[in-house]
Design a protein around this ligand. Sequence first.
Ligand SMILES: [Zn+2]
Length: 410
Amino acid sequence: MNCLCRFCQKTMSQTLVDLGETPLANSYLSTNHAESMALEKRFPLRVMVCNSCWLAQTTETIPADSIFKQDYAYLSSYSSGWVAHAHRYADEMSKRFDLGPNSKVVEIASNDGYLLQHFVALNIPVLGVEPAGAAAALAERVGVPTRVMFFDETSAITLREEGITADLMVANNVLAHVPNIRSFVAGFKTLMNPNGVATFEFPHIASLMGSVQFDTIYHEHYSYLSLTFLKKLVSEIGMSIFDVEKLPTHGGSLRVFICHPNAHCKSSAVDNILAQEVAIELDKPAGYEGFTAKVNKVTFDFWTFLAKAKAHGKTVAGYGAAAKGNTFLNVAKVGSSDIDFVVDLNIQKQGKLLPGSHIPVISPKKLTELKPDYLVILPWNLADEIIEQQQGIREWGGQFVTAIPELRIR
Ligand SMILES: [Zn+2]
């Protein structure tokens, strides 16, 4: 199968992994709609790598009218760890780039103001840009002025014409979700002041492949990024990367700093991380080979665990109904006969069924009543936090299970 690269339009022929046909990872189903379950749409979930620009990317662009109308909102402020991460970011950036009452910080996909509120507290003017009206309304309530719009080069020109420019622009975990990544990054160039800085945070493809994080692949997540690719993109639009940091978030992320050419001194970290990517051959087809075999081992080992549990009459439940878990369960072809239920704190997901696997979602309060022998932690990146919180399962001899990067029972 050949497809054209979203970025450079060259023909791609290398498949990183083909995860089969799965439903959209956030399309939770209502239990009383048997019909909607029967009609549940599945789409191919395959990632290919462009051997010209090295952008790894999904091959399907899902039609907007197929994206399930979500009746719950994802709010960043739900995660205390993420809010603390945002607080540290505001403190660090305001000091490093000397931001004050005459500066402006613009965040793209600013959600409910979880990050910009920390700049507001430092008396630094901000503007959020957020396409979801409900999240934007919450941001306004915490004092974060927010424009409800999608961001690209055209909307950046609109803002610029209104006199808006930025000293710091932020895009956390949004780059991978944008189908037209070139127009998106070009919008930053349009809005940034001559000495302005933009930072992008995204999961690093080196971590994805190294730790077999195939469950972070889903349809709405179009791109899987290396610094090698980002350098090409940024230089093509006439900007520079001047620093990069490794972050532990989402299983291993990069924070990349960009500026207008020569506006800031380049850190040695940029060449160091590029050299690390060359060492694992992210600039060659060989660097992307062998991932499918690793994915197959993870799913095989999980199946073996489930079969043993069933043979011994043990019950298995899951913790955390998020996109990640849905990819994992669907790729591993696990259903409600294998995992009885999944618990999740989000009351809007409770009472629903997970897409594809149709496993019911219930409140974590039910754990003490149902006493599962095994609790599979689907968001493995939060395993330590969840194990700490759910120590109660030890009372009936319950054990925790994580499947990625390898099966672990503890
Ligand atoms: Zn390409």
